[in-house]
Structure formats: C-alpha cells, structure tokens
Design a protein around this ligand. Structure first.
Ligand SMILES: NC(=O)C1=CN([C@@H]2O[C@H](COP(=O)(O)OP(=O)(O)OC[C@H]3O[C@@H](n4cnc5c(N)ncnc54)[C@H](OP(=O)(O)O)[C@@H]3O)[C@@H](O)[C@H]2O)[C@@H](O)CC1
Ligand SMILES: [K+]
Length: 506
C-alpha cells in the first residue's frame, strides 16, 4: 500500500482496464481471494488511520464494493474493534464474492444495524463501501432505492468520525471524476470537517485526479492487492517528479542567449480599440517566458504603438511585421481581444512554434479559415500547443462547457485530434493531450491559481519550454507541472498574484 503524494508519476487505468486486470488476476487466484485482500487492505488502513476508534461503522452497498466493506468488517472485528455494518443488500441477490464476504462477517459475529451507532466521535471511523467502479450514471433501476443509499451517504459525509472510502468516494465516476447525478455533496456535506481518505484498489483511476475527483478523494491511498503483474496498458498517466529545468539540464557551458530560443508574445489589445486595455496579459506571458528560461523575449502588442516602453528592461518591443518567424516561438492570444484576428493568419502560417491561448482560441473557434490554418500547421511540421479553459474548449468543440467537464480526458483528446496538436485543458487536474501519446493529468496546483492572469503566465511558460527545444507534449507537461508547483510552494502569508507567480517560476 502506498500513500499518493501527488509528486510521482503514476499509471492510471480506466474502469474497463481495471475490470480487465481484475478478471486476469481472479482467474489465477483462489475464489474470493481478491476481495479478501481488498477487505484486509481496507482494515489495515482503517486501523492505522483511527487506532483509537471505539466504533467502526461500515455502510455497504449491494455490489462488490459492499463486499469489500463486509470483508473489512470481519477483519476489524477480529482485530478487537467494535464494528457495526449497515447493509441494505440481500444474501440471495448479492454477487458471489460479496455473498462469501457476508458469510464471513456473519460468522465472525459482526453486528448488523440499520444505521450508524449513536455517539460516533472524531476518534471513531466510518467506512464508505456503498459504490465503487460499478456506479451507473443513470440510476434507472437501482437494487437499493436511491433514497436509502443517499441517506447513508449523507450520514457518512456529515459524521464527525474519520471517513475512509473503499476504492472510490461513492457516487464519483472513476473515469471522469464527475459525480453521477444526485451524488455531489450538498453545501452542508461539503462543509463538514470530517477527515477523509480514499483507498483505491488494484489500480489508480483517472477520475481520482481531475474534475471533482481531487476534492472528493482528499487523502489518497493505493493498494494493488499484489496484482501489479496483471496491470494492462495504462489509460492515462499522472505527471510527477520535479522535471529538470531544460536550461540547466541540457545546456553546454558555452551557451549564449540564442541557445535558449526566442519567444514572441503577440497579444495585449490596447485601450483605444474597444475601451478595454489588455496589455497586462501580454506582459504577464512575457514575464513568465523570461523567468521560465527563454533566451530572449519579444512583445508584439496589438495596441497601435501606444505603449512606449516595456515594464521590464529585458523585454523587447517588436511590431508583428518585424518578427523573425522561422526563429520564433510565438505565444499568441493573451489579452488579444478582437485585434488578434488580424494577425492570426500570419502567426498560424509562419510561427516556427506556437502556443495559442485565450482570444486566439476564440478566434479560431468562430472562423473556419483560421481553424483550417491551425490544422495546416501539423501538415507543415510546425508544433502547436493550445491552452483552453473548459469554456474555450467547448467553443472549439462546438459543445457546452458542462459537456467538456463531463469527460475532460475525452474532450482534451478530441481537441488534440481535431486540430492535430497538443492541448492543455485547464482546470482541476489539467489534462495534456497529444495525438498518439498517452494523455497526462497534472497533479500540481491549487485554488490560489484561480486569479486573473495565471493562464497568461502558463502560456508564456509553455512558450519558454518550447523555445528551449522541448517537444510540444513534453513542453506542456513540464510547464503545467512547474506552474502548479509554484502555487503549491507559495508562502501562506502572501496572496498569489499572476505577476508574482511569473517572477517565481523557474
Ligand atoms: N470482484 C472482485 O474481484 C473485486 C471487486 N472489487 C470491488 O468491487 C467493486 C466493483 O463492484 P461491482 O462491479 O459489484 O460494482 P459496485 O461498485 O459495488 O456497484 C454496484 C452496485 O451499486 C448499485 N448502483 C450502481 N449505480 C447506482 C446508482 N447510480 N444509484 C444507486 N445504485 C447504484 C448497483 O445496483 P444495481 O445495478 O444492481 O441495481 C449495484 O448494487 C470495486 O469498486 C471494488 O470495490 C475489489 O474488491 C477488487 C476485487
Ligand atoms: K465507496
């Protein structure tokens, strides 16, 4: 068993891949062995998390997730704990593994009760074994009436006792990280101060790391039930480890500013165009490129020459028509407003490497010629990274942001395929997708990044990584990881601003 600290690369497996692993492992093990291992792992972690618990209450569903809970009940009872189980299932309809687990629990003398024991306190433990990977999104004909199941879930979530979820927090979709309809915690449940843990069994699932998954699983553990050898190919991977700064790791001593590439930030509509000055976004991207290690950073503002001097002396102002396109990694769109449309045909056709952000993405979404020019870049061998947030992704995919969020991995992969480039779909657990590559989920970052300008900083940092010679997928993964890590290491007593974040990068 390992605790997941979100700092190591991990292979992730979908429900289908997990089922394949389960079938392969089960075929070479004695009957019920996997569930016994699952129950034992759950009991071990329970004892470690709540060594002084007087009561352990286990709410079990009617499928095999509930079977894991029944197995754990038998183990914990044998360990001397005061265990009670709520199991609205029925032996005659339980799946075979769960039926065997029920028999073991009954034989061990576990107490069955319709609800939690009275007086559960913070030292006690609740175990959520209601629903695992067998969750159906549409609760059309649940064996256990949803009202009963929801009532148990509510008692688990609002109890003062530590909460351990078996395999998944019940109601969370293992593939997408979204709660099934009706299962998202309400305000009272979300505000409960219960300590929460999740023990993922056999595999780590993508949904634990993106969308609502991170908040749902809280502290995460993994046990492969000694079945690692049966793991099929990963569905996705979690980024991890401190990625080396491309400049320090790869550069010879005899380097000069040209060795680290030129980044040109193109954006920042001026105040005169529409009364909304957005040059700050371009400066933020430029600052991030500079601090992220680009050799030289130029800024081509879309402000009709109103700005006379850059805010940092290292940055160089350029007109768009004065850029040396074959040398340039363009970061285009940050604060670009409407003005970016006019320059996009040139940028898309000529920039040697490109990060397309914000208004650049919106322009492509609403203009077929620009969309075709974007796709054409792949045919011309020109690398591109798109950095949409969910609403921008929805515009590009002609769907709603809710549909994007409903399956972030699929949406990012669809975008990457459609435009033949790398895509960073921002949000909790940013997804990095590239045609022909395993998609990545980024584990770093936190709510402090939800402030204006941090997206511009990310675009600039990806530009720096591309300019330093990383391939688009690697550049995007490395930059997203570093951007989030900077927020994770942010001093508690300082508010995070985008300009300070840019200066904090490396
Ligand atoms: N077998 C093994 O070797 C191993 C299995 N393992 C464990 O098994 C788990 C998977 O078990 P599983 O496939 O039985 O599914 P599970 O998550 O219990 O859910 C099915 C139950 O939930 C119900 N239900 C579903 N959706 C619903 C909804 N929306 N609203 C209401 N009810 C809903 C559904 O109802 P029904 O469809 O029958 O009406 C059924 O009763 C896995 O996560 C892991 O914990 C591990 O021990 C490793 C070894
Ligand atoms: K569960």
């Amino acid at each position: 068993m390992e605790r997941i600290n979100f700092d190591q690369a991990q292979a992730l497996h979908s429900v289908a891949a997990t089922r394949a692993m389960e079938a392969a492992a089960a075929s070479s093990l004695p009957a019920h062995a996997l569930m016994q291992r699952a129950g034992a792992a759950c009991a071990r972690l329970a004892l470690a998390l709540a060594p002084h618990a007087r009561h352990v209450w286990i709410a079990c569903g009617s499928g095999n997730n509930g079977g894991d809970g029944l197995e754990a009940a038998a183990w914990l009872h044998q360990a001397g704990k005061n265990v009670s189980v709520t199991w609205p299932g029925a032996p005659e309809t339980a799946p075979p593994d769960a039926h065997a687990a029920w028999q073991r629990a009954v034989a061990a003398g576990v107490v069955f009760a319709p609800g939690p024991p009275p007086g559960l306190g913070p030292h006690d433990l609740c175990i959520d074994a209601l629903l695992g990977i067998g969750l159906r999104s549409q609760a059309d004909a649940p064996r256990m009436p949803p009202t009963a199941l929801h009532a148990l879930l509510r008692q688990l979530r609002t109890s003062p006792a530590t909460l351990l979820a078996v395999d998944l927090p019940s109601g969370l979709d293992a593939d997408t990280g979204q709660y099934a309809a009706g299962f998202a915690p309400d305000a009272e449940e979300a505000a409960a101060s219960t300590a929460r843990h999740t023990l993922s069994l056999l595999t780590l699932k993508p949904g634990l790391f993106t969308a609502q998954g991170r908040d749902a699983c809280a502290s995460l553990w993994h046990d492969d039930l000694q079945c690692g050898a049966f793991a099929p190919a990963a569905t996705a991977e979690l980024s991890g480890g401190r990625q080396p700064d491309a400049r320090k790791a790869r550069a010879p001593h005899d380097s000069h500013k040209g060795s680290f590439g030129d980044v040109a930030v193109i954006g920042g509509e001026g105040l005169q165009a529409r009364g909304m000055g957005m040059t700050g976004a371009a400066w933020l991207a430029a600052s991030a490129a500079l601090h992220g290690g680009a050799g030289r950073v130029m800024v081509a503002l879309l402000d009709d020459g109103q700005t006379l001097a850059p805010p940092w002396p290292e940055l160089m102002l350029r007109r768009v028509d004065a850029l040396d396109w074959p040398q340039v990694t363009a970061v285009c769109g940050c604060g670009g407003g409407e003005a970016v449309r006019a320059v996009l045909p040139t940028v898309l056709a000529q920039a040697a490497r490109l990060v397309l952000d914000a208004d650049g993405l919106n322009a492509v979404a609403s203009d077929n010629a620009l969309a075709a020019a974007l796709r054409q870049r792949a045919h011309a061998g020109l690398p591109t990274v798109l950095t949409p947030h969910p609403l921008e992704a929805a515009r590009l995919l002609q769907c709603t942001a809710a549909q994007v969020q409903a399956d972030r991995l699929a949406a990012a992969q669809a975008l990457a395929e459609r435009y033949a480039c790398s895509v960073v779909l921002k949000g909790s657990g940013s997804i990095i997708a590239t045609p022909g590559q395993l998609p990545r989920i980024n584990p770093t970052g936190n709510a402090r990044l939800a402030t204006a300008g941090t997206g511009d900083v990310l675009a600039g940092l990806i530009g720096a990584r591309l300019a330093q010679g990383l391939a688009p997928h690697a550049a995007a993964c490395s930059a997203v990881l570093a951007h989030g890590a900077a927020a994770d290491h942010w001093p508690d007593d300082r508010s995070l601003t985008a300009s300070a974040l840019a200066a904090f990068l490396q």
